[in-house]
Design a binder for this molecule. Sequence first.
Ligand SMILES: [Ca+2]
Ligand SMILES: [Ca+2]
Ligand SMILES: [Ca+2]
Ligand SMILES: [Ca+2]
Length: 466
Amino acid sequence: MRKIAVFLVVMLLAFINVYAAGLNADFYWEPQTPTDMQEVHFYDNSTGDIIAWIWYFGDGSSSTEQNPIHVYEDNGTYTVRLVIISSSGATDYVEKVITVLNIPPVADAGEDIISNNLTVLFNGSLSYDVDGSIVAWHWEFGDGNTADGETVSHTYEEEGIYVVNLTVEDNDGDSSNDSIEVMVDITPPVTNYTIENEKAWYNGNVTVSLEATDNLAGVNYTMYRIDNGSWEKYEENFTVSGEGVHKVYFYSVDNAGNVEKEKNVTIGIDLTPPVTNYTINATYGQNKWIKDYAIISFDATDNLAGINRTMYKIDDGDWEEYTEPINFSVKGEHVIYFYSIDNAGNVEEEKNFTIKIDKDAPTMSITAPKQGYIYIAGRRIMPTLFKNTFIIGKMTASVDANDATSGIYYVEFVLNGEVLWRDYVAPYEAELPREFPLSFNKLKIITYDMAGHYVESEEISYIKIL
Ligand SMILES: [Ca+2]
Ligand SMILES: [Ca+2]
Ligand SMILES: [Ca+2]
Ligand SMILES: [Ca+2]
């Protein structure tokens, strides 16, 4: 009963106060829903003859300015009370509830990553919360696995491109996220070379082009080196020159940093034609005339690439490839042409030699003395009865000799087993020696050609008188 009475008195007084002074407390603020980092402008909107304002911001701090500015240190819901006092000493107050918002955190998962290792490090330390602190980092690695922590590492099972998501949470329970792309590439690029008309040996400059491919990250660059030269970055096709055996080394690096194992290609350049020599195996007579046949062989040598083939041609015949020694027995004079080609395609300048073959014996007929006649002073007088030959006085033996191929070398007159005379010049003759008073003789005449063939006469038996 007493309490109610006091309450009614207070209410009455208040009513009288307000009514008496026309006092009415009111305020508003900007911005309507601030964050805990923002300045909140409170504006007095009260009416009456006010001489003092007392603000209670609800977080333990206060102000006596008419339009104070206040910053809340933490988000939350605060009851703000404004008390006003009039010049007559009357008071009034009003309370309003202000909601101060948290600022959410900012997630930063870092830059996109290209890794040449299955194990990748992740760093979320660039994430921040301006009005508090980050209390949790949650990673989703894009392969179904997750982990928690500011910095974490994850080992992928296979290469690929993964989207990694980081979610951070601040001390007020707000969260945000950020995604990066992670390319895991552990396979080096593959570089291949191209040489037009590739072969073992070349007889000129060789142009080499390189092409590299990569599975994921792409090719960053390709390097090459010729022999012991310096490594060069490959930009466009290049030329290998100079006689010799060259080696070109090359490899590529991908954008993940995977380095291909060095490869190489051997390039042989041969600019020198081969040299061919010939050998003639034969029995030689005079003036390089060969008796019966010749075995012709060619021997070719080459500085680098080696002999591909040796070609030969006889007179106006067709070119043929030399494979084994040639047994050549065509009579007469012949020109043999030849050259070789090496495995690089260098062609030797054509060379030739002449070969002369005689396969036939000469022909011969004795013109004097003829068997079965009587000769007197060199003149044939008459035939004898039993083919006996009688020569009386001076007598010259003579022969008609011919050789169609190599020609006559000489005619040899053999008397009683001993050489009487050799005649090298036609007419072929020998004077028979004089005898006293008489002698029995045997004459044989042999004709030789230039190649060494010969023909022998029958033995002529004669009785020489004087
Ligand atoms: Ca925050
Ligand atoms: Ca790669
Ligand atoms: Ca050569
Ligand atoms: Ca002959």
